[in-house]
Design a protein around this ligand. Structure first.
Ligand SMILES: [Zn+2]
Length: 139
């Protein structure tokens, strides 16, 4: 068994190395599984992680990468399912028809609230109508 001093010296070679988002600040301790590295993450966090889990590629961030990826996916989820839904396109179409006064003649009062809020429209209309009333097909 190497002395602690030697082990620390041995792990000097990792200093400054980068794995994913993590840069090795140094190795200052050990547990029964081996060296514990102190890492600085691109997000600004400092974290101590089992060295081999980083050098082996199992860990590539302080934990922020996973949550960021999740956040991104959630954003995209919203975009696709709320903003770009048929309902949203229908709303846009309905708004443009409202602006041109096409519904005013027919006395539809909802127009005003629709113009200001997709939520209001959505509440009135519910999910995309199966009727073709609002459906605009690409020609
Ligand atoms: Zn991080």
């Amino acid at each position: 068994m190497k002395s602690l001093k030697n082990r620390l010296k041995f792990h000097k070679k990792y200093e400054g190395k980068k794995y994913g988002r993590l840069t090795v600040i140094g190795v200052y301790g050990f547990n029964k599984y081996g060296a514990i590295g102190t890492f600085s993450c691109e997000c600004g966090n400092i974290k101590e992680i089992q060295l081999t889990s980083v050098t082996g590629g199992d860990t590539t961030s302080c934990g922020c990468y996973f949550s960021e990826r999740l956040a991104k996916r959630n954003r995209r989820y919203e975009d696709v399912n709320l903003i770009k839904t048929k309902e949203y396109l229908t709303w846009n179409y309905a708004k443009s028809r409202c602006k041109r006064g096409m519904y005013k003649k027919k006395g539809i009062k909802m127009c005003e609230s629709w113009l200001n809020s997709f939520e209001a429209f959505y509440e009135d209309m519910g999910d995309a109508p199966s009727k073709k009333t609002f459906h605009r097909k690409n020609r």
